[in-house]
Design a protein around this ligand. Structure first.
Ligand SMILES: CC(C)(COP(=O)(O)OP(=O)(O)OC[C@H]1O[C@@H](n2cnc3c(N)ncnc32)[C@H](O)[C@@H]1OP(=O)(O)O)[C@@H](O)C(=O)NCCC(=O)NCCS
Length: 345
């Protein structure tokens, strides 16, 4: 009987279109999912700053592409420092080759590849049954629904204006707000100009690929000055990201978010951390008078926040973080917040 030749390696630039086709074939079972179109994968790779063909890893069986994945290289905020994360996406095995351990082999290759390049940890969104055996652990995240019980936010909310983003002139302002609002936190991608104008702009602009999920950036102004921004998901109800230019600007920005929610008197935030609890409480303080209604009621729910795998004993983490369980616990304790509506890969 002839034995198959199975190889695991980096992709070559000339193979990328064929890999995108194989990936589309693999995702087709999900029906309407956008990954079922090869254009989607190609467009995403084109827009990913710093990506090369070598960031795509493949398994070949007798010379044919059977499985693949892509390492989206990101620097994620890690308190005062920065962690190097390999965000793994575009994972597939073509239907004919499934259930034979190819993804497990491919992940092992990618982990060694990332560890050699001094990545600190790998991060992905996927089924724990597929990735648990390769060492991934879930990081829980939070989402919040804020119910506005009274109209006490009206005075400031009446003064704020919201306008659409102007890409030609707003990028520096967006960068400033994002840097200010995420400093000291854990999880947010470090976004340079290129990242804003290629990766994020593409996800927002109507000129972008129709396969990339879109969101709307609302720029908040007060008395003619820009204060911050918030991003609304395609459902127009869920806010996926909020940032202010400086401390004083939180008030108008959150008031604008509240106003966005005025009709339904509630707003869904696809993120939460103790920091956000403090920000809202500072702006909409609870009345000490028991007779008076509190202006806000915040309902929290845990949600799936992705999975992590430690790649090396990194100086980015405390000594006790010696494995993926400890890493997941540590990140949870830090209020790890990955902006999944925008940075998602
Ligand atoms: C998910 C997928 C990539 C798995 O590829 P594969 O080569 O068959 O995976 P492997 O045989 O290497 O199995 C890896 C692990 O996943 C588990 N697994 C594989 N398919 C699974 C499934 N459909 N449901 C649950 N677990 C599954 C295996 O039991 C194995 O677990 P272990 O490591 O603990 O032993 C493949 O089925 C696929 O391409 N699906 C469609 C696209 C997709 O969903 N991609 C993942 C996006 S996050």
């Amino acid at each position: 009987m002839k034995t198959e030749s199975i190889r695991v390696r980096e992709a070559r630039a000339t193979e990328i279109a064929a890999i995108a086709e194989a990936m589309a074939e693999s995702f087709r079972q999900y029906g309407g999912a956008f990954k079922q179109n090869p254009d989607w994968a190609l467009e995403t790779l084109r827009r990913d700053p710093g990506t090369t063909a070598a960031h795509t890893h493949v398994v070949t069986v007798d010379g044919r592409i059977a499985s693949g994945l892509h390492v989206f290289e990101r620097r994620l905020r890690a308190g005062a420092g920065v962690a190097r994360a390999g965000c793994i996406g575009n994972v597939f095995t073509r239907p004919a080759w499934r259930g034979r351990g190819l993804i497990r082999k491919l992940l092992a290759f990618s982990h060694a590849w990332m560890a050699r390049r001094k990545f600190d940890f790998a991060f992905l969104f996927g089924n724990p049954k597929v990735y648990g055996g390769s060492g991934y652990r879930i990081v829980p995240a939070w989402k919040a629904t804020i119910h506005f019980e009274s109209k006490c936010f009206d005075p400031i909310a009446r003064q704020v204006r919201v306008r659409a983003v102007r890409w030609e002139s707003d990028v520096s302002f967006l960068q400033t707000c994002y840097a200010f609002s995420n400093r000291g936190g854990w999880g947010g991608a470090v976004r340079n100009r290129e990242y804003w104008s290629d990766w994020l702009r593409h996800r927002q602009t109507p000129h972008g690929s129709k396969w990339v999920p879109r969101f709307t950036i609302c720029v908040v102004q007060i008395q003619g000055n820009t204060a911050g921004y918030f991003l609304v998901a395609p459902d127009r109800k869920t806010v996926v990201e909020v940032a202010a230019r400086d401390q004083a600007s939180w008030k108008p920005v959150l008031a604008a978010v509240a106003r966005h929610a005025l009709r339904q008197r509630k707003v869904a935030l696809n993120f939460w951390s103790p920091e956000w609890e403090r920000r809202w409480a500072a702006i909409f303080p609870r009345s000490e008078d028991l007779e008076k209604q509190s202006p806000l009621r915040i309902e929290l729910a845990e949600q799936y926040g992705g999975m992590v795998r430690l790649l090396r004993r990194s100086p980015t983490f405390p000594h006790r973080v010696i494995g993926s369980d400890a890493l997941a616990d540590f990140l949870r304790a830090q209020g790890f917040l990955f902006w999944s509506g925008t940075d998602n890969f």
